[in-house]
Design a protein around this ligand. Structure first.
Ligand SMILES: Cc1ncc(COP(=O)(O)O)c(C=O)c1O
Length: 409
């Protein structure tokens, strides 16, 4: 077993678990048909159809609003664009301080940087969600008025505590729900706690179209502004559903258009996916629970559980690798890759989810002890919905065998 390039469990050849395609969520046939039709008729720009009833993007926006139970959705070309628009909508000015997670993907501080604002990083707890106590402290110290909060990898903080801080400091809450589709706190959908929420439809996300974003709000003024920032000009806003003409006429030409619209082919691919979300969530949850039961008792593995109020989407699994040196933890990741199960450690190898790598912001120099301790040995595994229960058994077996091999050295 001295040769690390040899698989411990499988005997070479085909990958034992089909992980080659980490973001594997093919478009349902009806979405492919709609996309082909948009392409073959040349109707790919959302404002080409004469009316909202003929626009795939407008109809997707209406369906997503209904699904989320909010008044408005605005389709964008990415979640990053949706978040950038959100910061503009709530009036962020250059130099303003924005509270956000120290543990999230670098797209989030990048958006704050894009708005020429200054991120104030809030510590992450053992379960990788925002620490409400540190949020309270940082809100007091910084005087920030906006909180852009990520549910990174679907991890949900104590929302009662977070909302208490939001109300205490009168913060405007923008939710980054890129990883939090169909995720609930006490039966309430994440994305409905703040003034605005933003979802990603990039390939590895719950709704998957390569690229794309969805901005939601129940505030009529915030919806109107987002439509204009996304790039609606003249009276094209009339091709959206449910906008208030009085507000649109008043704001028309007051707001720049940043050309961040969703296009019809993206909307076509997404159209049949909203109703697929619950089915995918069921598969994810069953797989997650099974894998959890098979590896949770391993002495090197610590899987912090969500708070009891949380119902998760479960499309990924994270765990802390305890009792291993840095070198052995890296070896674990390398061997898992050889076995055909690619994983990463958030706090190692210049990972884009480690705030210390965000050198374009001043805050990357800070020593945020809680976050560092909680990402240093945090492993990340993607569980796409094509994986089977048998795959979970195989993954668990590989975990056990690889850890036994490393511990024996
Ligand atoms: C937590 C989080 N927020 C936001 C984004 C940005 O999404 P997009 O790629 O659609 O801009 C990502 C991207 O992966 C992300 O991981």
């Amino acid at each position: 077993m001295g040769d690390d390039s040899r698989r411990l469990v499988s005997d070479g050849g085909e990958s034992i678990v089909d992980f080659d395609n980490k973001a594997f969520k093919p478009i349902p046939q009806s979405g492919i048909d709609l996309a082909v039709s948009a392409m073959s008729t040349g109707v790919m720009y959302r404002y080409q159809p004469k009316q909202n009833e003929q626009s795939l993007t407008a109809k997707l926006e209406r369906s997503f609003s209904q699904y989320m139970g909010v008044k408005h959705t605005v389709g964008t070309n990415s979640c990053g664009s949706a978040m950038y628009i959100a910061l503009n909508v709530v009036g962020v000015q250059p130099g303003d301080k924005i509270l956000t997670n120290a543990f999230t993907f670098h797209a989030v501080p990048s958006v704050i940087h894009h708005a020429h604002a200054v991120p104030v990083l809030v510590e992450s707890n053992r379960e990788w969600a925002m620490d409400a106590e540190d949020l309270d402290k940082k809100a007091s110290e910084s005087g920030a008025k906006v909180l852009l909060m990520s549910y990174m990898r679907g991890h949900v903080p104590d929302m009662d505590a977070v909302m208490e801080v939001v109300n205490k400091h009168n913060l405007i809450l923008i939710e980054d729900c890129a990883h939090a589709y169909a995720t609930l706190w006490n039966g309430q959908m994440l994305g409905t706690f703040g003034e605005i929420a933003c979802f990603s439809t990039q390939s590895s996300k719950g709704l998957s179209a390569g690229e794309g974003g969805l901005y939601i709000t129940s505030n009529d003024e915030f919806a109107a502004k987002a439509v204009l920032y996304a790039g609606s000009y003249e009276r094209l806003w009339a091709k959206h559903f449910d906008l208030d003409p009085e507000i649109m006429n008043r704001l028309q030409n007051q707001i720049p258009g940043y050309s961040m619209r969703m296009q019809e082919v993206t909307a076509a691919m997404l159209t049949p996916q909203i109703e697929r979300l619950e089915k995918i969530k069921k598969t994810h949850t069953e797989n997650w629970n099974l894998l959890h039961s098979l590896i949770d008792n391993h002495p090197n593995i610590e899987i912090p559980m969500p708070l009891p109020q949380v119902e998760s989407f479960c499309d990924t699994m994270q765990f802390h690798l305890n009792g291993l040196s840095r070198e052995k933890a890296d070896q674990f990741i390398d061997l898992m890759k050889v076995e055909g199960i690619p994983m990463q450690i958030f706090g190692a190898k210049r990972n884009a989810r480690d705030y210390r790598q965000w050198e374009y912001i001043e805050a990357h120099k800070q020593e945020l002890g809680e976050t560092i301790a909680n990402i240093e040995f945090a492993c990340d595994l993607s569980l796409q919905p094509h994986l089977t229960k048998e795959n979970m058994h195989t993954i668990a077996q590989v975990f056990h065998d690889v850890l036994a091999y490393i511990n024996a050295q």
